[in-house]
Design a protein around this ligand. Structure first.
Ligand code: ADP
Ligand code: MG
Length: 558
């Protein structure tokens, strides 16, 4: 039997591929399982169009069998199988995808979710195996064939015994080296983890014989191990299910199953879009701040699936920084993936999805604010700072998105209020939105500078977060009302006729000169103030940077 050479520079390609395409070696299993799932999909499709075939869902499965002793890992499927020619064509030509051809020939419509398209995934098996053997029997054929290869130098094909239709892939797992561990691909627990991670939502059962422990019959402290065949994957992704079939509990369970957080999410958002880009998404707004949220270590991002197969664990492009607290996933069949299926080729679809999601999060937060203020305030306590930071860091560009989500403490209401609530209560003669910045509400309440504004019956927003004043400086105004610090030089309040100050700076020149002299360069000027009522003196500032902001700025590292 002569060896057939791989076609078209495939030797080099294969080596290149094996060593460079994939960043995580474990994805070989994802690739082989995806192929098995495609093979079953093909039978399913055939059965729909061919009356002589019936598709009984229970007969179709994928099975993963590790054999530690012989260092073998088998992946078996009951799919459509391959003829001799197909083995030669599909596994002998790199970048030839029988699945893509099938998709094109049959003009698959919605509901068919063939994964393969690049014709390289299969070869990822060589990342972990020295020898790859494929035994296959095609649907409608009496003969089975065995394809075998040790990698770069070609493959052999010969007839073999195989009773049932389908494919069996046998990997001879590499020996460990000093740097690399391959034993893990024979380890039951590790394999289960990899299957769960990448292939949890493959639509057919992925089975494994798993070892479990049970109490020995007739004893109450002796255990015995036994094996039992189990389905490892959950198969139907919750996000493909109909919203009204799902309960709040289902969503909450999924949140903790996915380890999105230890808390209960404040809100979940389930999106199914059938528009220009089709996608499903489940998003969560957590209640509590993740411990690393305000650190450099925190990575934002949503999980990204293509047709139920995990592509990226944290796709950062799906979330703007100001919504970086959102957890969840997006699954789309319309992504153009790159060859390793770890990244995206074009980001047009991704951008559309991101834009869409952004809008949805915003509107859900607005709803929450309107309909469940208490919950919203809980959320705001955790993530309000991030929203304000968002306004600040984008130079006010996101003002439109974020301004209605902000809350500040009100001097009048003695609670958090929105800017809209503030503005809608403003007396007609009030020109500005007044605020006072300081360390705490208690301190701000005693601030001399607030006296005149408060006496006029104007509401004052208390800024106790360092970012507050910076954020509103970027916003400049809300509904055409500018923000004004109660410490600024000109408060824009006309003095009442009877309040007109009788004293003048002229009369007190001597006193003021004396004060200026003592304070020297600590102050720019000493003036008569009309804003004080019960306090003798206060500080005020002119220009863009307030006294409070100066404090913050001087604390920042240069
Ligand atoms: P892709 O899945 O992107 O097409 P692969 O390199 O993973 O590329 O697989 C190449 C081709 O080999 C597939 O398109 C399919 O035609 C065939 N193939 C691979 N694995 C199987 C299998 N388990 N059953 C049937 N055909 C398979
Ligand atoms: Mg494939």
């Amino acid at each position: 039997m002569s060896k057939i050479e791989f076609k078209a520079e495939s030797k080099r390609l294969l080596e290149m591929m094996i060593n460079s395409i994939y960043t995580h070696r474990e994805v070989f299993l994802r690739e082989l399982i995806s192929n098995a799932s495609d093979a079953i999909d093909k039978i399913y499709y055939k059965a729909l169009t061919d009356e002589s075939l019936t598709f009984n869902k229970d007969d179709y499965y994928i099975k993963v069998i590790p054999d530690k002793q012989n260092r073998l890992l088998k992946i078996i499927d009951t799919g459509i199988g391959m003829t001799k020619e197909e083995l030669e064509q599909n596994l002998g030509t790199i970048a030839k995808s029988g699945s893509l051809a099938f998709k094109n020939e049959t003009d698959l419509k919605d509901g068919f979710e063939i994964i393969g398209q690049f014709g390289v995934g299969f070869y990822s098996a060589f990342m972990v195996a020295d020898v790859v053997t494929v035994k296959s029997k095609a649907l409608g054929s009496d003969e089975a064939y065995k394809w075998e290869s040790e990698g770069a130098d070609g493959f052999t094909i010969e007839p073999c015994e195989k009773d049932t239709v389908g494919t069996e892939i046998i990997l001879k797992i590499k020996e460990n080296t000093e740097e690399e561990n391959f034993d893990e691909y024979l380890d039951e627990y590790r394999l289960k983890t990899i299957i769960k991670k990448y292939s949890d939502f493959i639509r057919y059962p992925i089975k494994m014989d798993v070892t479990e422990r049970r109490l020995k019959e007739g004893t109450d402290n002796e255990y015995e191990t036994y094996t039992v065949e189990k389905v490892i994957n959950s198969m139907v992704p919750i996000w493909r299910k109909n919203k009204n079939e799902l309960t709040q509990e289902d969503y909450e369970n999924f949140y903790s199953e996915k380890h999105y957080g230890f808390d209960k999410p404040i809100k979940y958002i389930h999106i199914s879009i059938d528009g220009a880009v089709r996608y499903n998404a489940i998003l969560y707004i957590p209640e509590k701040i993740p411990f690393d949220y305000y650190t450099k270590e925190f990575e934002k991002g949503l999980e990204l699936y293509s047709n139920g197969v995990l592509i990226m664990s944290k796709c950062p492009d799906l979330l703007p920084d100001y919504f970086s607290f959102v957890k969840g996933l997006v699954d789309s069949e319309d992504l153009s993936l790159n060859i390793s299926r770890e990244m995206l080729q074009h980001d047009r679809q991704l951008k559309l999805i991101a834009k869409n999601i952004n809008k949805k999060i915003k509107s859900e937060l607005v709803n929450l604010l309107k309909n469940d203020r208490e919950k919203y305030e809980k959320f705001y306590e955790s993530f309000g700072r991030q929203l304000k930071y968002g306004v600040y860091s984008d130079f006010g560009m996101n003002k439109e998105v974020l301004q209605d989500l902000l809350l500040f403490y009100s001097s009048k209401e003695k609670k958090l209020v929105t800017l809209d609530e503030y503005v809608s209560r403003m007396p007609e003669d009030q020109k500005y939105i007044y605020y006072a910045a300081g360390e705490s509400i208690e301190r701000l309440e005693k601030l001399p500078q607030t006296e005149l504004v408060a006496e006029r019956g104007y509401e004052i927003l208390y800024f106790t977060d360092e970012i507050d004043e910076f954020a509103i400086k970027m916003m400049m105004s809300y509904k055409d009302k500018e923000f004004k610090s109660v410490s600024s030089g000109d408060l824009g309040i006309e003095a009442d006729e009877n309040e007109k100050d009788i004293r003048s700076e002229e009369e007190n020149k001597e006193l003021f000169d004396f004060m200026k002299n003592i304070l020297k360069d600590k102050v720019k000027d000493v003036r008569i103030s009309k804003r004080l009522k019960t306090h003798p003196v206060c500080l005020s500032s002119e220009g863009q940077v307030s006294i409070e902001m100066e404090k913050v700025l001087s604390m920042m590292p240069n």
